[in-house]
Design a protein around this ligand. Sequence first.
Ligand SMILES: CC(O)(O)NCCCCN
Ligand SMILES: [Zn+2]
Length: 680
Amino acid sequence: MKMGTALIYDEEMTKYKLLWVDPVCKIEVPERLIVSYEALVKSGLADRCVSIPVREATDAEILLAHSEEYLEAVKKTPFMHLEELMTFTQKYGDVYFHPNIYHCAKLAVGATLQLVDNVMTGKVRNGMALVRPPGHHSQSSAANGFCVFNNVAIAAQYAKKHHKAKRVLIVDWDVHHGQGVQYCFEDDPSVLYFSWHRYEHQSFWPNLRESDFDSVGSGKGAGFNVNVPWNKVGMGNSDYLAVFFHVLLPVAYEFSPDLVFICAGFDSAIGDPEGHMSATPDIFAHLTHLLMNLADGKVCAVLEGGYNLTSLAQSVCQTVQTLLGDPAPRPAQLGGACESALESIHSARAIHKKYWSCLQHAAAPFPEEPSSKNRRLAQQGGSQGPEGDAGGDAQKEEPEKVEEKEEEEIVWPEPLRRVAPSLRSALLLPDAVECPDGCARFSPAHGPGPLERARLRKSYLKESEDEASVTLLYNLTALLGQMEKNEIRNGLALVPDVSMAATLLTSASLSKRVLLVWMGEGPVPAQIIEDEKTLVVHIDSMEPHEAQSKYYIPITLKKGCGDTAGVVQAVLGLLLPLGYQYEPGLVLLARPPGCQVKGGLWQQLTCLLQGLALGHTLVLLQENETAPVGITASGLLGNAALSLGPLVAPGPEDVGSFEGLRLRLQTDWPLLQTTAPEKR
Ligand SMILES: CC(O)(O)NCCCCN
Ligand SMILES: [Zn+2]
């Protein structure tokens, strides 16, 4: 499986800047690229990437998303003097021109296309293009929002045309709505555009009615445009993850793209003068990780915005370090999404439930959605209308002005170093089973002493004389010990008895919290369920029985774990939110005998769970079922899981039971929430 992360950057793109006074544009400075690249160099990340040179985009490539007259007009700007540049700029909104910006804009597009070429031909697995000017606001015949050519829109068209990409996902986590991208693919079902953005009921730039959640695309493209507007500032890590778990990822997995772009704007990070959000730079490591198992790992991150030079540089490093496969950081204390975010999530799921089967049954019955009319009245009354003053004849209550007071210094902790253990994956296999290449067969420094043997035999083997089993159990605890000391990142063990092994590991673990994921036939040993430090998430066709506690969560699938669509939605909408909120120090993934989970899905699960517990995932397989060893090892080694292909609808009765479970659990586990409290 292809590894390697491309980094595409050229300092030529720093060689343009604002030449006159413009308070809106003054934040888009060359230093944005300089500090980002320098941070990558200083942290050693740049050296670990495959450096790919930029190139200029050709006219034909630019014309994939822009009109000839616009391109011809921009071509004249290098020869303009200051007044002409200022006049030319007046034709567009919130953007500026410079004699060298056309050259840099061609390099920004060219850099993005270089990234696409290298990813689509398999020279690298994924990569990042550090570019300016950004792209996602520019339109067929207009520059806008610091953007001249729409880098990602052009690249998506290019990937379809030159690399036969069939389905392209664009995830726009910039804090502004990339309306240019939305317009470009409005009626195109082969490009799924997802964007969250600061909106505040249309009172935030670019103040577009079509940035709201009810813009779903048109014609054949209906359903392939997903907007999640933030109607308040201050959105944080829990809000971002909740949108991924409950809106983006279920739809993305159902869409099953063969290429993923990230419009990687970091003005959605804390400290940004545009975003005023609270999410910390490490969240981008998790957002990136959660996208890396789509499209066989083919992910192209392209810089958009980001104007706080500190959080920008930190967020770029978090993103690239994850693309390189380093362990994810421990997410900051996660709670549930805030009420405003829940309303946006609720609205987005509701409007899309007729387009996406994963949302078809899931979205709870919706009370009367505010119609666009009374939404508009609300916004005119509650906050400034698009023309910047309280519009209409709504009651003249003072609109809540977002005071643009002088930036008080916002501080946040620097992301913790993410240290990858020297050994990534250790396997405990019977000698007869060959060790997949890239992995190391685990053998502890020394064997168990007589006392240790006696204890293990007494506690787990009912005094049996079977020395091999004693040795195996001892080796398991030794492997666990090395993982918890971060000497090994993850592991796999073939064991004669998955229940016994899981019982041993949960009791031997030094972690304050252990997540045990049990995929198939139970019962899960009572000793584990009673162990209050272990959260058990059990997915199977078991009858939905009330025997759950806060820490034993049975997820029922009528057709059992063989139902890929059902398992995917259970994993994305229930298991991952539970896991992220629980914040375990160790993740055990148990595959009991007769487990029906299909290979590709098992690999997805093995990969996705590595976003937890600093990647300390220990997989337990039944000794005589060696088939999953290879794909499990591949996932543990950091290879992207293969794409599952477009998903069918999960069974209605299953999703009904998921919703019932969600409603029952969300008080204890608020990250499961998908609707605002009073709307339940
Ligand atoms: C790339 C971008 O989305 O960060 N541009 C933001 C432009 C804001 C204009 N008021
Ligand atoms: Zn932005």
